[in-house]
Write a protein that binds this ligand. Structure first.
Ligand code: NAP
Length: 281
């Protein structure tokens, strides 16, 4: 029987996930297909109903449905509940749907590949959307000592930290800032990790912070899949950098394992995602 898995979101036409997961299915000799299921907000409930009633393994969920989907599922794992976002749905044989968030562990696995350890470190996260929530949850759960969230809309940064603080017993130093506040330059200068979790730079031309504040000594991670102006400038200044492709691969590997119970062929998934990205350029 051919099972199917799909990506629920809107827009999703440029997703690398079909290439990555179809390579993994083929590697295991499975006939499954990973499909794109573009879904507008008004159609989300029906999409989830179809997932429940048809014999599918599950789905990924992306912008703009990661939070809205929580109320449509039967069980949410504690990390997805704390982050307030589901990116992976697993369908059980009885049709029950479970939601989890593999962005958190995907980010931490990608970060670990750089050799960076969050414990007793100081991080700045740019952005306060769904990706920033996953990143901040992961850093807090890993014992970060100081975390500053900088966002164009400061209220969202404040809400993010307030929500996540309720999920941890640790007492890190936390600060929420608007992008134009005077404390921003010092916070960035003091950080040993800078993560861009905004979408600024995905057009290949814009920086998410003033050029003079791009650090020279921190690890600079951009969640955008391809090299961005931020990563290029940071590397020119001597900083270590990582783009978002590795996080994409690692979260995808965890989703694949949740759907199939099989080990994810990570190198094959990485190569397929990279090739699909190059074909887009
Ligand atoms: P989101 O929930 O829509 O959040 C977008 C964030 O970007 C918000 O903080 C928003 O600020 C900020 N932003 C957008 N346009 C801006 C602008 N012109 N100037 C300043 N700030 C701006 O999106 P998301 O899901 O968090 O995704 C954010 C990025 O992470 C995207 O590029 C996405 O592709 C990437 N991502 C990568 C992975 C991966 O596996 N590598 C996983 C998830 C996401 P406001 O709050 O002020 O609107």
């Amino acid at each position: 029987m051919i099972h199917s898995v799909g990506l629920i979101g809107d827009p999703i036409g440029r997703s690398l996930s079909p290439a990555m997961h179809n390579a993994a299915f083929a590697c295991h000799g499975l006939a499954d297909r990973y499909e794109l299921w573009p879904t507008a907000a008004h159609a989300l409930r029906d999409r989830i109903l179809r997932l429940r009633t048809m014999k599918m393994r599950g789905a990924n969920v992306t912008i703009p449905h990661k939070s809205a989907v929580l109320s449509l599922l039967d069980a949410i794992d504690p990390i997805a509940q704390a982050v307030g976002a589901v990116n992976t749905i697993v369908r059980r044989d009885d049709g029950q749907l479970g939601g989890s968030n593999t962005d958190v562990a995907g980010f931490l696995r990608a970060l670990a590949l750089t050799g960076y350890t969050p414990r007793e470190s100081s991080a700045v996260v740019l952005g306060a959307g769904g990706a920033a929530r996953a990143v901040c949850y992961g850093l807090l759960a890993s014992g970060i000592e100081s975390l500053t969230v900088i966002n164009r809309t400061p209220e969202r940064a404040e809400a993010l930290l307030a929500d996540l603080l309720a999920t941890t017993a640790a007492e890190p130093h936390l600060l929420a800032l608007g992008a134009a506040e005077p404390l921003v330059p010092q916070a960035i200068a003091d950080a040993d990790l800078l993560v861009n979790a905004t979408s600024v730079g995905s057009d290949g031309s814009r920086l998410p912070l003033a050029p003079e504040h791009v650090p020279a000594h921190a690890l600079v991670v951009d969640l955008i899949y391809r090299p961005t102006p931020l990563l290029r400038l940071a590397a020119q200044r001597g900083a270590r950098t990582q783009d978002g492709l590795e996080m994409l691969v690692q979260q995808g590997a965890l989703s694949f394992e949740a759907w199939t119970g099989l080990d994810a062929p990570v190198e094959i998934m990485r190569a397929a995602a990279r090739q699909a990205l190059e074909e887009q350029v």
